[in-house]
Design a protein around this ligand. Structure first.
Ligand SMILES: [Zn+2]
Length: 311
């Protein structure tokens, strides 16, 4: 009985993760040699990108009219709409991603939104960073690669986008992790655990998983989802077999970052170590590295990294 219920959770997670259909890419930029290794701050990059994307992708003009949101079918709205969770995520590493004059920025689309890839690539290529005091860096887009196969889908020199090289396969191959009995989860950017529906600031496994599940549900079409993972037979028992054994956390304040403009004003950063029967949960934890685990905006928030310690 116990075995079969665990299998049920396992199968459900794999199914949902597959439906999520994440496509991921890596943009490689060259920095102006005169900038001496300085790269734009996250805020400056974000502003420039969003501004350019709006210019290229908004077909409804919604931005220009106060109190009006974008039309539902407006490409900009489909990527970054404020009435629901954005299904486009951008991981901007800042100075830590700068090596040998190059900066790599990863981004991902959930579900059908990969069709909007051209808007994002041309926005990355066309954005202009506004110099701001010491931030005088200039970035030019060299190429965009598909993850994980490394196919070059865009060449910045001749500005050619090869959509046919965007494979039909999503990025995730969850079965790669094999048997896992211990992991460290790094909370890279402030994470709002209230998203799971609890008031806890301690990332117990069930809280963390609740956040991740909810985030995934928000990205999936409604008819494909089981809204509350705790309702699924055997989930509670499976979660109880994972223990939080160590953590080092602190609270970091942030500006409100919810996609509806309200959102959190802080969250935990640091890391936590979990042991136990983690296998059923690995596909979703891996997915969490791409989609984040809370209701923050499209850029970096709620970001986790998962380190597996084997068995
Ligand atoms: Zn629009």
């Amino acid at each position: 009985m116990r075995m079969s219920s665990e299998l049920h959770v396992d199968t459900l997670i794999k199914h949902m993760v597959k439906q999520l259909n994440i496509h991921a890419f890596r943009a490689c930029f060259e920095t102006d040699s005169s900038t001496d290794g300085k790269v734009p701050s996250r805020a400056a990059f974000c502003r420039a990108f969003e501004h350019t994307l709006k210019r290229l992708a908004c077909t409804c003009g919604g931005e220009a009219i106060p109190q009006r949101s974008h039309d539902r079918d407006c490409p900009y709205n489909r990527l970054m709409g404020r009435d629901r969770a954005p299904n486009f995520v951008l991981h901007y590493p800042g100075p830590s991603g700068w090596r040998n004059g190059r900066l790599t920025v990863d981004f991902a689309f959930a579900g059908e939104s990969v069709q909007l890839l051209p808007f994002v690539v041309f926005a990355l290529d066309g954005m202009e960073l506004v110099p701001n005091g010491s931030e005088t860096s200039k970035l030019s887009l060299l190429e965009v690669l598909a993850i994980p196969d490394g196919n070059r889908i865009y060449d910045g020199k001749d500005r050619r986008l090869e959509m046919k090289l965007v494979g039909p396969l999503p990025v995730l191959h969850p079965e790669f992790d094999g048997k896992v009995s211990s992991i460290t989860i790094k909370f890279v950017s402030p994470i709002n655990l209230a998203y799971s529906g609890t008031s806890s600031v301690i990332p117990e496994f069930s809280t963390l998983f609740g956040c991740l599940w909810r985030r995934m549900v928000e990205l999936l079409p409604e008819d494909l989802t089981v809204r509350n993972i705790r309702d699924v037979l055997g989930t509670r028992e499976a979660m109880e077999r994972v223990r939080l054994v160590k953590m080092k956390l602190k609270w970091r304040k942030t500006p409100p970052s919810g996609h509806d403009g309200s959102g959190k004003n802080g969250g935990i950063v640091g890391y936590a170590v979990y042991t136990g029967s983690l296998e059923p949960f690995m596909p979703l934890l891996r997915m969490g590295e791409w989609i984040g685990i809370d209701d923050g905006s499209w850029m970096n928030t709620g970001r986790i990294c998962v380190e597996v310690h084997g068995n």
